[in-house]
Design a protein. Structure first.
Length: 613
């Protein structure tokens, strides 16, 4: 009775925000001396009342001298009066010590601050099993994302090999993106229903089958089917990597680990054309897919032996109409975006029809998810959109990721068509940007853990904008080192933006929404990649046509069109500067919290609670 009265009084005073430290100290001291209940008082909106010893209560802020700070989560054992917590330096990072009797303490597993820390003295080491799992997933994801762009330089050679025109050969990329757009929205369901090991083996197995089929492809139709199978595996692996990272890595290490994941997301697309150019110059296009086969076999065998067989799953309902609407909606939009260049040439009816079907499908898909959400049956839970940090991060990531893929294609066309370079030389010029991202991403992640996203995102997006505007004024006479310099600086800015915002966006969600948030993020990345590529290429094509009508021809017309495309990319980077500056990091949920049904009231952190409402 007394404990309940204390807890309700604490909650009332918390809501009123009036000074209450002395009163609370007196009440808690009385409760401690009385020895009632043998329990733990947890002062928080989510766990107000008397709890059993061992209840996990999070520490989300500093302890003030003389009283408890409202809004933080502390536990108090009722044996003795409060005592200062033990210095963190005396405890190993991986094994927190048990709290002293009567001390305001942080139970095991939740001793890390949930917001990015400034100069943390010690950071917990990842268990060997977790590190091995993340490494295996990262290698698999890198190979699969690399495959997404590795065919960009090989398309002209494949046109000759299979005897098809440019419109048909483009379906090797369009079909890949369509499959990704259809499968990724279902990964929120898959991540809850199946274990990490099962999904990994399925994803790598599909990718291996598709790569083997592509290496042996005797015709264009077989090659197209192989690309679709590859995309099915690729669509699962990236959300799996993101969700596993968030679920198993403490917040104080997430920036560093997500920095490693950024190597997968940002560097693989940039390295793809360079690797393809090097292989094509010496071994031919078959060798590209045989390389994928070899790496996939090794990755699959390592996963079979090293990944744990267990894992928590939850039986969730499967809604078939949602899958159909998702396929029509996301697939229609991606098809329309991929056909933007064709629409400019006069064949606009298929593109317009795809856009209408896509928009209508998305409207019906959203309505159905909102209707199913209260019952916990939504294929894609849309509550992450209610979190401002997630929403703004998603917009900024979509802009930058779209420009990442689009600029690779655009710059490849400029170097080959406008400046007359070979595919191998083009690949070598594009390669340093990917290498810079690979080198910087882990360091950026560690810096993020100390200072948060905004000090990294704002200058990085400014650097992206400056790089795009500078590339707009490249001419056939421009020295190659100038192009290489600006593209490399662009890669450095991309490493800062993606590492920071991928961590910030998903860490702002409660644990039950990690899978759905990852599915949303990866879906929008695919849409943005298709939109960015289509927008920049269509702008270049249209600009070159206008320049041709005004008297320019050949490389001069191509460079004129590219100038308008890069200027448009610079404007989009300015928008990213604005949205990045608006991001305020929220209190993320702890990885140690139990993952229950994603119902209102289970969200952790202030923004997550609003998201669940």
């Amino acid at each position: 009775m007394a404990a309940s009265w204390i807890s309700s009084a604490v909650w009332r005073r918390r809501r009123s925000r009036r000074p209450w430290g002395a009163v609370l100290d007196m009440l808690l001291s009385w409760h401690a001396r009385s020895g009632m209940g043998g329990g733990v008082v947890c002062l928080d909106s989510r766990c107000v009342g008397l709890r059993q010893v061992g209840t996990l209560c999070q520490d989300e802020g500093p302890l003030r001298s003389g009283s408890l700070t409202l809004g933080n989560r502390y536990c108090m054992s009722p044996a003795t009066p409060p005592a200062p917590p033990a210095p963190p330096a005396t405890q190993p990072a991986s094994t927190p010590a048990a709290p002293a009797a009567g001390a305001l303490s942080q139970p095991s597993g939740v001793g890390q601050k949930t917001a990015p820390t400034r100069g943390a003295a010690e950071r917990p080491k990842l268990p060997a099993g977790v590190a091995a799992t993340l490494a295996i997933l990262a290698v698999a994801a890198f190979v699969m994302i690399l495959n997404e762009t590795v065919l960009a330089v090989a398309l002209p050679q494949l046109m000759i090999e299979f005897g098809v025109d440019a419109t048909a050969i483009q379906w090797l990329s369009t079909g890949f993106m369509l499959t990704m757009a259809v499968v990724i929205p279902t990964t929120g369901f898959l991540l809850q229903r199946f274990t990490t090991r099962s999904l990994f083996l399925c994803a790598v197995g599909l990718f291996l089958l598709g790569s083997l089929l592509a290496a042996l492809a005797p015709s264009f139709s077989v090659m197209l089917a192989a690309r679709v199978i590859q995309a099915g595996g690729t669509a699962v692996i990236m959300p799996l990597l993101m969700t596993t990272t968030l679920s198993s890595v403490p917040p104080s290490r997430r920036g560093a680990i997500m920095g490693m994941n950024t190597i997968v997301i940002a560097c693989a697309p940039a390295i793809g054309p360079a690797l393809s150019g090097l292989i094509l110059g010496s071994l031919g296009w078959h060798a590209i897919f045989w390389l994928m086969v070899g790496i996939s076999v090794v990755t699959l065998l390592v996963g079979l032996t090293k990944l744990p067989a267990g894992g928590a799953t939850r039986r969730v309902p499967f809604d078939a109409p949602s899958v159909v609407l998702s396929a029509l909606g996301f697939g229609g939009v991606v098809y329309a975006l991929a056909g933007a260049e064709t629409a400019l040439s006069g064949s606009w009816i298929p593109t317009a029809l795809g856009l209408v079907v896509g928009v209508l499908g998305l409207v019906l898909f959203v309505r159905r998810q909102r209707a199913l959400q209260p019952r916990g049956a939504a294929l894609m839970d849309l509550r992450p959109f209610s979190v401002p940090t997630f929403r703004l991060s998603l917009i900024t990531v979509a802009i930058t990721f779209g420009l990442l893929l689009g600029s690779v294609v655009l710059l490849s066309m400029v170097l080959q068509q406008g400046m007359g370079l070979s595919p191998m030389t083009t690949g070598l010029i594009l390669l340093p940007a990917g290498l810079v991202q690979a080198v910087l991403a882990p360091f950026v992640g560690r810096i993020y853990d100390r200072i948060g996203p905004r000090p990294l995102v704002i200058p990085a997006t400014v650097l992206l904008a400056v790089s795009m505007f500078a590339l707009a004024f490249v001419t056939p006479a421009t020295p190659l080192w100038v192009v290489l310099l600006w593209n490399t600086l662009y890669g450095a800015g991309m490493a800062c933006v993606l590492t920071s915002l991928l961590t910030t966006s998903l860490s702002s969600l409660p644990k039950p929404l990690y899978g759905h948030g990852s599915a949303i993020l990866n879906t929008f990345q695919q849409l943005a990649g298709a939109a960015g590529t289509a927008l920049l290429v269509a702008t270049m094509t249209f600009g070159a046509r206008v320049a041709g009508e005004s008297g320019l021809a050949g490389p001069a017309a191509e460079m004129s069109g590219a100038r308008w495309a890069f200027l448009g990319a610079g404007v989009l980077c300015v928008i990213a500067i604005v949205t990045g500056a608006m991001i305020r990091p929220s209190e993320p949920s702890q990885p140690g919290e139990a993952a229950g049904p994603s119902e209102p009231g289970e969200a952790a952190g202030p923004e997550a609670v609003r998201a669940a409402a």
